[in-house]
Design a binder for this molecule. Structure first.
Ligand code: F6P
Length: 512
């Protein structure tokens, strides 16, 4: 149950708090590095270990702010909302659905977990059969999907297959034919499988790319192109109509949202590329984070604590953006993945019960890889007029086998940036003056393996959910993407009224 008076009281309290600088916070509390830097450790048995230090010490959260945020979480009914998430409650009211993505990795109602296990067993059989040669020699996979049906697989494959393990995989999302042509150039049609990943099995980009991929197989001497297709979808009937044999359809439930679907059949290309053992480690790492999120209370719950910082900067400090920098080439696609996760989930203007939102919702999420980004965009972070909260993500274990100087330099740079943003450096010459007091959170992973990646992604899913609860919005719908799709169809058919600018552009582009 939410309590409006208590919500307002918590924000009044937060906004009335003194705003010490980061330096002052460290001066006030000798133990701040320890009390705000939390170590998470999960033992996954034979599937491995997860260890990470999540350091919030360089955020402006102090005891007063944390007390007020805990009061806000209580007033927003956080405990009940969290239970509903794991217990099949209708947490997506606009579509009348639960959100069961965590059940795919073993966290949810017994019925949902059982369904997840059955779907995983089906995927396991197909992956092992393909690895065993049941579909002939398979050297390449072209995975066709977009948004949530592409970003999670692309991230996991890029992170976990730096050394080719099983199948060379290419994720194609853009309807620009150039993207698909590039994948064709890298694959031998005789040994290529096509995965068509679409929750709805109606998305124009995906269906157009899938049809072209089949045509390419046929034109290049593959006798039964349809027999080389695997469908990953929550709409198996549509996949059958489209021509995919039922034995090669891996379904998943409607209650798994697109941007949360990596754990479901949409993870098939990951499993095919890295093998089932690593895929299970990915799931187990995520499940361990579920357990932490379910059980830890208040500020000890790290995804919730991260959401406290997000809400603080968005509302109390007016920060409109948040930047994520992966100081690890294996996590190069993490900013893209988080961008969809956060902006499609929490970029809303209405509350879950249909009233206008009266506070800033999701920060514009952006980022890149360190150290490249340092030499391109960090100028603004250090001296621009915006305050941009930054997340740094690095792994203690290197991904490369070159001279250890590479990795040492990478880590040094990561830590130096957080320190510089906070400390600043005064100069009489304003052009050389760094104001400092700029916040950051650092995720220092023991390693960047499958289990840790799973835990890191689940951390962010829960952080997004916690943010949504603190704002009272529904993170599981995305009606905002529909209007543009509808107008694209109108442009295609030529039916409909268009503004003069669009009409002229249509004419010049040859669309009319
Ligand atoms: O247009 C947005 C969206 O619906 C995303 O939410 C989704 O991840 C993506 O398109 C792809 O949708 P589908 O998996 O149904 O093809």
């Amino acid at each position: 149950m939410t309590d409006n008076a208590d919500i307002e009281a918590a924000w009044t309290r937060l906004e009335a708090l003194a705003q010490p600088t980061l330096q002052q916070l460290f001066e006030q509390d000798d133990d701040r590095a320890e009390t705000m830097g939390h170590r998470l450790e999960f033992d996954l048995g034979e599937l491995g270990q997860v260890g990470m230090l999540v350091d919030f010490a360089k955020t402006h959260l102090d005891a007063g702010a944390l007390d007020a945020f805990e009061a806000l979480a209580k007033a927003r009914g956080f405990d009940a909302a969290r239970s509903a998430l794991f217990e099949g409650g209708i947490v997506n009211p606009s579509e009348g659905r639960p959100a069961t993505h965590a059940a795919m990795r073993g966290s949810g109602t017994p019925a949902d977990v059982e369904e997840g296990e059955a779907l995983l067993a089906r995927m396991d059989m197909l992956v092992e059969a393909i690895h065993g040669g049941a579909l002939g020699e398979v050297k390449h996979l072209i995975h066709i999907g977009i948004g949530g049906s592409a970003l999670g697989p692309a991230l996991a494959i890029d992170a976990l297959t730096r050394d080719l393990k099983f199948v060379d995989t290419h994720v194609v999302s853009n309807i620009d034919g150039l993207a698909l042509e590039q994948a064709f150039d890298a694959c031998d049609p005789a040994t290529t499988l096509i995965a068509v990943a679409s929750k709805t099995f109606t998305t124009t980009e995906t269906m157009t790319n899938a049809a072209s991929a089949l045509k390419w197989l046929g034109e290049n001497g593959v006798p039964d192109p349809g027999g080389r297709v695997v469908a990953l979808t929550a709409n198996p009937e549509r996949a059958v109509e489209w021509g995919v044999d039922e034995t090669r359809i891996l379904p998943f439930p409607e209650s798994v949202g697109g941007r949360y679907s990596l754990w479901s059949s949409i993870g098939f290309p990951v499993a095919l590329a890295v093998g089932m053992e690593d895929f299970r480690a990915l799931l187990a790492g995520a499940r361990a984070m579920d357990v932490h999120f379910r059980e830890a209370e208040g500020r000890a719950n790290l995804p919730l604590l991260a959401a406290f910082a997000d809400r603080y900067y968005a509302r109390a400090r007016g920060c409109q953006t948040r930047a994520v920098f992966a100081y690890d080439e294996r996590l190069a696609l993490l900013p893209d993945f988080l961008q969809q996760l956060e902006m499609e989930s929490n970029g809303k203007r209405v509350t879950a019960d249909g009233r206008p939102v009266d506070e800033p919702t999701a920060a514009v999420t952006w980022g890149g890889v360190g150290t490249d980004a340092q030499h391109a965009v960090f100028q603004l972070l250090h001296q621009g007029t915006h305050m941009v909260p930054v997340d740094f993500i690095a792994s203690i274990a290197p991904g490369d086998e070159l001279d250890p100087a590479h990795h040492r330099n990478l880590l040094m740079n990561c830590l130096a940036q957080g320190a510089a943003l906070m400390a600043g450096k005064a100069s009489d010459d304003l052009a050389r003056d760094y104001p400092g007091d700029r916040p950051s959170t650092t995720f220092l992973l023991d390693d960047c393996d499958a289990a840790t990646l799973g835990a890191l992604i689940a951390f962010h899913e829960h952080r997004v959910f916690a943010n949504a609860v603190l704002m009272g919005i529904n993170p599981f719908d995305q009606f905002g993407v529909e209007l543009g799709k509808h107008i694209a169809k109108q442009i295609d058919s030529g039916e409909g009224e268009f503004d003069p600018s669009t009409t002229r552009l249509m004419e010049v582009a040859g669309l009319r």
